[in-house]
Structures are given as structure tokens and as C-alpha cells.
Design a protein. Structure first.
Length: 345
């Protein structure tokens, strides 16, 4: 898995257009002043979060994330976003973006379907702290901008779920055109299932056929550089959502036979069960830190039959209960955020 975020140099131009002085912004984020002059800008998850916290602090604009996520100029779209616009419908576009996200950063886009609703969620795979609110706004505004541009008409979500405390409700509801539910269990943008089937007016099969093979080749090359353990763990994390994936299901996702996958894991000195437990442990830490899910809901998402099985596994991993671990981590994060707040005299 890629461990750093590849940041477009166009971000600097966009920030300047919005009136943000780059030197002051980078100093606030404790990042090199010459960062945006580099040919390739790569940031860790911690550095990316610091940058977006600085954007919020320097701009003092509660709508700054919405503005950054609503770029209208097609020439500033990434190849991934352009490929998404050439797909057949909104669902295809989101799934395409989720697939190609693997090329640029340790972040996952997930579609969670339930009944007649579909939720889009973002997950920062290497996060050790809460993601900045402005970055969440950027991501959801970006998804909506792709959907509205692709459909060529109004696209209104059912609601926006945010884990944060209520703030700037009017600004958010005006932008997204839906009600906002604060203190939610997850950050999610929820659409009607029928919205995901809406065709894209920008669909262009010929141009997609020209662009997609290059992205697929890059993805295949990246996977070749990954160990089989990393590939299996990454696949398990995608499939772990209220079920326990089998080796047959993972092998199918990797275009391998179960026998071949088992042999490669054996050659790597690990078992499928060991990799499954690693994936569960990493996801458990993420869910406990990054969401307000109940512990039994976390157990369900990790594929455990009941909460007690999850509690026993977690205690084996961390030497404490899930609830105690979450309390300790949140207190530590709270102190860190207080220490980073600017002093106002």
C-alpha cells in the first residue's frame, strides 16, 4: 500500500486564488516553505492533516473546504476524476475513483448500500488522529461535484452525516442541498440508490478506453510491487463489512485460484488466518478512533459472531478492552489538538 499522499501542484494555485498566503499556511502546518515548488509533492497522513488544519486556521472561512472540493475547471481534474466522468453512471464513477485511489494515497472510498440508500464514506488507512473537518468537506464536495457534472443536472443527497459537533449548518445545507446530521456514527454522504444509477451525460466510451488502460497498468504494476501479504490484507479490509471473507473470495478478488493464493501465503511464511487477524486489528483501531460506532457495531463490521469474541480478540492484541483503549486514545488526541491551537491574546 502507498504510504504517502500525492498532492497536486494545482492545489497551491487554488489556495492562492482563494487568497491564502502559502508561506504563512506552510509555516502554520510546520511544513517546508518550498513544499509546493517540488516536482513531486508527497505527504504523510499526519502532514496532510496538518496542512488542512492550517488551511482552516489561516482562512478562517467555514466554507473553504467546500470551495476547494468544488473545482469546475476540467483542465484541473486528475486523470482519475476525468476517467470517472467518462463512465456510464454515478455508481460507476464512484467505483472507478475508489479503484484508482490506490494509485495516489492511503485512502479508501467505500460505498455502503442499505435498503434504498447508498452511503459514500472516506477512510484514511494510516490515520492515527481525527481527520480535519475541512478535509472531510473537501472530499464530500468533490464527490458531489463529480456527480453533478456527470449527470448534467441537479443531484441532491438525502443527507450528510458528520461526526463533528454542530457548526455552520446553514453553509453546509446550502451547498449540499440536504439536511446535515451532526454527531453521527460515521462521516458519510447518503444518496438514494436510484441516484447511483443515474446516467452520465459526460459518458464517453472511446475516451475511457484510451485513459483506463494506463491507469489499470499502473495499478497492476503497483500490485506487483506489493507482497502477497499486503495484497491479501488490503483486499480483506475492503471485504470485511459484516462478514468474514473466505480465502476463496479473496483469491477471486485477486484473480487467483484459492490453491495458488494459499501456496503464495505459505511461501511468505504466513497463514490466511494470521493476515485476517492483522486486518481486523488495524480496522478495529481505525473504527474505534475514527468513528463513534457502538462496540457491538464494530464487532459486526469486523466479521465477529458476537461482541464477546471481538472483546477477547482485542484484549489479546492490545492488552486492554476496546472501550478503555478508545478512551485513552481520544484523551491523548484531545490534548494534542489543544496543544496545536494558536494562542489568541
Amino acid at each position: 500500500m502507498i504510504s504517502r499522499f500525492r498532492v497536486s501542484s494545482l492545489l497551491a494555485r487554488r489556495l492562492e486564488e482563494l487568497g491564502l498566503p502559502l508561506p504563512a499556511l506552510l509555516r502554520q502546518a510546520n511544513l517546508p516553505v518550498g513544499l509546493f515548488s517540488k516536482e513531486k509533492i508527497l505527504l504523510t497522513t499526519e502532514e496532510l492533516f496538518a496542512l488542512y488544519r492550517a488551511i482552516a486556521e489561516v482562512s478562517r472561512d467555514p466554507a473553504i473546504g467546500l470551495k476547494l472540493g468544488s473545482e469546475q475547471r476540467l483542465e484541473r481534474y486528475s486523470p482519475m476524476a476525468i476517467a470517472a466522468l467518462y463512465t456510464r453512471c454515478f455508481r460507476d464513477a464512484v467505483e472507478r475513483m475508489a479503484r484508482y485511489k490506490q494509485l495516489t494515497c492511503p485512502q479508501e472510498i467505500r460505498i455502503v448500500s442499505q435498503g434504498d440508500q447508498c452511503a459514500v464514506r472516506f477512510r484514511w488507512l494510516l490515520a492515527g488522529e481525527f481527520e480535519p473537518a475541512v478535509l472531510i468537506d473537501v472530499c464530500f464536495a468533490w464527490i458531489l461535484a463529480i456527480g453533478r457534472r456527470g449527470t448534467g443536472g441537479p443531484l441532491t443527497p438525502l443527507r450528510l452525516d458528520l461526526m463533528r459537533s454542530p457548526a455552520h449548518r446553514e453553509i453546509l445545507e446550502e451547498h449540499f442541498g440536504c439536511r446535515v446530521h451532526f454527531r453521527a456514527a460515521n462521516n458519510a454522504l447518503i444518496f438514494r440508490r436510484s441516484d447511483f444509477d443515474r446516467p452520465f451525460a459526460t459518458h464517453n466510451a472511446e475516451l475511457l478506453a484510451m485513459l483506463a488502460p494506463q491507469l489499470e497498468a499502473e495499478l497492476a504494476d503497483q500490485r506487483l510491487r506489493q507482497t502477497v501479504q499486503d495484497q491479501v490484507k488490503q483486499t480483506l479490509k475492503r471485504l470485511l463489512a459484516g462478514q468474514r471473507p473466505t480465502i476463496q473470495e479473496v483469491a477471486q478478488e485477486l484473480n487467483l485460484s484459492a490453491r495458488t493464493l494459499q501456496r503464495r501465503l505459505t511461501e511468505a511464511g504466513v497463514t490466511f488466518q494470521q493476515v485476517l487477524e492483522e486486518a481486523r486489528r488495524e480496522l478495529a483501531r481505525h473504527y474505534l478512533l475514527q468513528s463513534s460506532l457502538e462496540l457491538n457495531e464494530t464487532a459486526y463490521l469486523l466479521g465477529y459472531e458476537n461482541a464477546n469474541s471481538f472483546f477477547r480478540a482485542f484484549h489479546h492484541w492490545e492488552g486492554t478492552s476496546p472501550g478503555q483503549w478508545r478512551d485513552v486514545q481520544r484523551r491523548a488526541n484531545g490534548k494534542s489538538l489543544v496543544a496545536q491551537m494558536p494562542q489568541i491574546c
